[in-house]
Design a protein around this ligand. Structure first.
Ligand code: SF4
Length: 490
């Protein structure tokens, strides 16, 4: 049987054709020399790779080399197969190499052929909601008699709470944390040594919080379905202080290839069918996995590489050092400081804080989307280029207008105040856009709209916002204030 090269995000059994198939695993140090990764991300990836090598024993050839090219030299002469890698750079590296066969991708629910067929039918109107419904039908998930279970496809359309209603915390049992072992100790010692040798990392080291083996990933999935999913019945966006862990906490396991999306979807649906979990929570989970995750994976390949230059909205400013180095202490804005601290301490932020706090701030300030996507990829433990390109380049800073989403994810302090609990303890006032107490998100919101007048897509909500902008009697002062803010931490 041909030896299968498993990249560090292809570590589950579904990346092999047979349990005893010979395997190649490669640990390359050059990856960490090139760009500064979060220390906990480096730990997670190396730990996962080394645990897989230990599981496979003599079935795997485990090479520690400077580069992937060095590794292939060591196995030259032996045919190698590899499942379609998850980045363009890795695909370019393996494609057309003598002796290396590239197989179709695994680890996603929708095949490239199914996506292209769907996209062709849509004539360029690639709406996530349509893709999601199509995937539900195709896989028969939460479908009763050809119709969506409960009568509606998307329960996130439930009305948001009224503005004066305080957000309600969703009590979630904390996940069971993995127990570190000798392999983790060895990884930590190696990373300490690498740092001493001059390899730079960002963020703080800390106990490993995410699964690195199939067994740990299955345990996390079981805990989520049994203990957390039943509590996820209130499908509202939330950004909550001191809540660096929320929702399923499974994305690192999916993105290391330890879990298959469809197996998780089936388990969640089974919980709903058994009456153990509410449809709203299960539907939200299914939408994230079968809809959003697959959708952005396919968009990454469908649209090609020429994204993220920032041309659409003239977002060309570099990510400032305080943000790049996760200097949360330099930030007074409570929401941004707390979310940045979560990234610094755990390599993690929930989906909504990523979009509405981190991405939103970068969007408002005109930071170059490709740089921001690269930052997310390096500092989040589950960050991958395929996930961040569509997420950040196409949606959050919407640098490339004409993307599938019609509206940039830009929001002012008033909206953040409505969906979370940060503002009540903040030194800024979410209702104020001018003066010493002006909320940087509120001022930034108007400044963003003003700067991008005429470049935003036609959209009823944006049109209304533009009309409001035209009625501001202090716009000149807001402009001057935001110009003088520059790239200082807010
Ligand atoms: Fe964030 Fe503004 Fe609210 Fe402060 S007032 S927490 S800066 S949104």
């Amino acid at each position: 049987m041909t030896r299968r090269w498993l990249f560090a995000d292809q570590l589950g059994p579904h990346f092999l054709d047979a349990p005893r198939q010979p395997v190649l695993l490669v640990e390359s140090k050059a990856v960490f020399r090139r760009r500064a990764y979060h220390r906990q991300k480096a730990h997670l990836v190396l730990s996962a790779l080394r645990h897989r090598a230990a599981e496979l024993g003599d079935q795997a050839l485990f090479l520690h080399t400077e580069t992937y090219g060095d590794a292939l030299l060591k196995v030259s002469g032996e045919p190698i197969e590899v499942c379609h890698p998850t980045s363009r750079a890795a695909l370019a590296f393996v494609s057309g190499r003598d002796g290396v066969t590239v197989l179709p991708p695994r680890g996603f629910a929708t095949t490239p052929a199914d996506f292209v067929a769907w996209a062709d039918r849509r004539h360029g109107r690639l709406r996530l909601e349509d893709f999601y419904r199509d995937a539900r039908r195709r896989h028969g998930v939460l479908i009763d008699g050809g119709l969506p279970a409960g009568g509606r496809w998307n329960l996130a359309d439930d009305p948001a709470p009224p503005p004066d209603e305080a957000p309600v915390a969703v009590p979630l049992p904390p996940p069971v944390l993995p127990v570190e072992d000798d392999i983790d100790a060895e990884v930590r010692a190696d990373l300490d040594r690498w740092e001493a040798e001059g390899i730079r990392f960002v963020g703080r080291d800390g106990p490993r919080r995410f699964p690195v083996t199939r067994a740990e990933a299955l345990a996390r999935l079981r805990h989520f379905v049994d203990e957390r999913l039943p509590a996820l019945g209130r499908p509202v966006d939330e950004v909550r202080a001191h809540d660096p862990v929320a929702r399923s906490l499974l994305s690192p396991a999916f993105n290391l290839g330890l879990l298959e999306p469809l197996e998780a979807v089936r388990r969640a649906e089974a919980a709903y069918r058994a009456g153990a979990a509410p449809l709203s929570g299960v539907e939200g989970f299914v939408r994230q996995l079968l809809g959003w995750r697959d959708y952005i994976w396919h968009l990454y390949w469908y649209f090609g590489a020429d994204r993220g230059a920032g041309g659409g909205l003239r977002a060309t400013r570099p990510v400032p050092p305080w943000f790049a180095t996760l200097d949360a202490a330099a930030v007074e804005a409570r929401c941004l400081s707390d979310v940045l601290a979560g990234v610094r301490d755990h390599g993690w932020a929930g989906h909504v804080p990523r979009l509405l706090v981190l991405g939103n701030y970068g969007l408002q300030r005109g930071w170059r989307p490709a740089d921001l996507a690269d930052w997310f990829r390096r500092v989040l433990v589950d960050g991958h280029e395929w996930a961040l390109t569509a997420n950040v380049v196409g949606l959050s800073p919407l640098a490339d207008l004409g993307t599938p989403e019609s509206r940039p994810y830009v929001a002012g302090g008033g909206y953040l105040n409505r969906i979370g609990d940060y503002c009540r303890g903040c030194r800024y006032d979410p209702r104020s856009r001018l003066g010493v107490n002006a909320c940087p998100f509120s001022a930034g919101y108007w400044s963003f709209l003003d700067r991008n007048r005429g470049r935003l897509p036609a959209n009823a909500r944006l049109d209304r916002a533009m009309q409001q902008l035209d009625r501001l009697d202090d716009l000149n002062e807001v402009r001057a204030q935001e110009r003088s803010r520059g790239d200082r931490a807010p």
